[in-house]
Design a protein. Structure first.
Length: 60
């Protein structure tokens, strides 16, 4: 008697490129607070300076 094949479960659809990442207001507030703390810690006045710092650290 041939073995019974089980169907694949949970075939996932690929995520859409636009709008695939939805953040709640709580998550946005937490990210904003963390960025402001990093800016204060490193002495940056603008977000662009902080982004440039992160990019430099990552080697971009």
């Amino acid at each position: 008697m041939p073995a019974k094949k089980t169907p694949q479960k949970g075939a996932k659809k690929p995520a859409k490129a636009s709008g695939s990442l939805k953040l709640t207001e709580k998550e946005r507030a937490a990210l904003r607070k963390g960025a402001q703390a990093d800016m204060k810690k490193h002495g940056f006045k603008t977000v662009d300076e902080l982004i440039a710092y992160y990019d430099k650290q990552k080697g971009y």
